[in-house]
Ligand binder design. Sequence first.
Ligand code: IPM
Ligand code: MG
Length: 368
Amino acid sequence: MTDRTLLILAGDGIGPEVMAEVRRIIGWFGENRGLSFDVSESLVGGAAYDAHGTPLTDETMAMAQEVDAVLLGAVGGPKYDTLDFSLKPERGLLRLRKEMDLYANLRPAQCFDALADFSSLKPDVVSGLDIMIIRELTSGVYFGEPRGIINEGNERVGINTQRYTESEIARVARSAFEMARRRNNAVCSMEKANVMESGVLWRDVVQEVHDAEYPDVELSHMYADAGAMQLTRWPKQFDVIVTDNLFGDLLSDLAAMLTGSLGMLPSASLGAPMANGRPKALYEPVHGSAPDIAGQGKANPIACILSFAMALRYSFDEGVEAARLEAAVENVLAQGIRTADLLQSEGASPATTTEMGDAILAALDSSL
Ligand code: IPM
Ligand code: MG
């Protein structure tokens, strides 16, 4: 018996391949660290659509609400491009985020020393980079009403609504300030207060929460476009960035690429604490389903493995074990083991997904 429960939703494309490596890592912690997990599994995205005609069944939604942490692989693929909007694989993921109320999306962008040369930016701009983007995940233009495509006169009009309540802004601001206190104590909040009322409110509420509850944390504000520029110019000026759902989507991809590969970066989406004190939580790699390389053993499992490390830290309060797993990944990279996405030269022969998993397990063994 264990009181740690996980739901694995491997999803589409490379999702199942990278998740297979995570399963082995989970097993390792059970065997070697006495951390056993009760793991259940279900379908999401295109895989769920193929089996059940919906990207997320009510049963799977209910399972997700029950567990300590959901581990998600990736959703989507060209096969589903022509489906009605409500049936697209992405809707499965958005439903999980919304119904679990996972409002704080933690997206670290960390540059591993061994990969500093791999970034498209100069090594001195990115080496040692360690920033945390906190993206609001359950509101904003992704979910605001009204939305849709309507007819107006003789043409169609596409409509989405950016909408934020004070409480939605305040709670994600608190997540950012709490995170900053665990890190380098600085938060930069990004919006477009120069053009959007929702941005004006965002800036005001972040400032109010700061002044009332976190005056010890250094707070700055930036327009999101300038933020994008500063992120590419000198990313090391930032510690924690807090921003809305859409800006966070863009800025986190930008930040991810600073580090060289989307295949490296994990994420955590956290909500309010459950009865057992653990937050509602979903962990997933920042990368997508990469249908072009699916099923070929080429995918980099590191982002998904590091997402499990985040689960150890944020859901199970096992920061030491999370650091052990992160160190194992770093160790493997330092040994020069690379999946195809991390190789620049044509001639070099890449490690397969499984070989990368093997190497990380071996590094874990040697950490004992
Ligand atoms: C992400 C993705 C998702 C998003 C898609 C798959 C719905 O881009 O997690 O960043 O836009 O939020
Ligand atoms: Mg995105």
